[in-house]
Design a protein around this ligand. Structure first.
Ligand code: GLN
Length: 207
């Protein structure tokens, strides 16, 4: 009888140049992953999946270039690395971002509008039904959040506001959410991403 090899932990990195990366690492661990901070090329190369956190997208883009991570990250995305961008991270994953002062990382075939809720309601909370999540709606916290104004043909909408504006989307191994799932106690979205990473690792391994 063959003895199954021990399953190695799924290793998810959190891009830790700016923004709320620590909260993501805690949630990823709660979802059963090994989570580490990514600031260097070696750290990027070691991970099976990556979270780009919320923060300030222009700052994170600038630091990605300064830390020589922009091109390596694009290359890993092109090679199939699962990446989940939240808020500023979603902006960075978008192929098209009018008003970003430098190119985004890109990869996800969507257009994102930054600070889409203006100054009057630049932060709010709402309950969202999210495709792929069982149970209660997800309590979503939006902080100076973007919206996804257009998605390409291969992109799945995971959640929309009551007015129809898209706030979560997925294209294969790339996932984007406009809100902050790392600051609530609900780890279901982190668990969803960890299972997506686990699936990608399994598919990438020789049979
Ligand atoms: N408004 C920020 C930006 O455009 C994103 C805000 C956030 O990540 N909470 O980068």
């Amino acid at each position: 009888m063959a003895i199954a090899p021990p399953t190695s932990p799924i290793h998810v990195g959190v891009l830790a140049l700016q923004g709320d990366f620590e909260e993501h690492a805690l949630m990823l661990r709660a979802a059963g992953a090994m989570a580490t901070e990514v600031r260097t090329l070696d750290q990027l190369n070691a991970v099976d999946g990556l979270v780009i956190p919320g923060g300030e997208s222009t700052t994170i883009a600038r630091l990605l270039i300064a830390f020589d991570l922009m091109e390596p990250l694009r290359a890993r995305i092109a090679a199939g690395l699962p990446v989940w961008g939240t808020c500023a991270g979603a902006i960075l994953l978008a192929a098209r971002v009018p008003g970003l002062d430098r190119p985004s990382v890109g990869g996800l075939d969507m257009t994102v509008e930054r600070n889409a809720f203006g100054t009057q309601v630049d932060s709010f909370e709402t309950d969202l039904a999210i495709e792929g999540l069982e149970g209660d709606p997800f309590h979503a916290v939006f902080i100076r959040a973007p919206v996804i104004t257009e998605v390409g043909p291969g992109v799945e909408t995971l959640a929309a506001l009551e007015d129809g504006r898209i706030v979560a989307a997925r294209d294969g191994q790339l996932m984007a959410t406009c809100f902050h799932p790392e600051i609530t106690a609900d780890a279901r979205l982190h668990a969803l991403f960890v299972s997506l990473v686990r699936e990608a690792v399994r598919e990438g391994q020789p049979a």
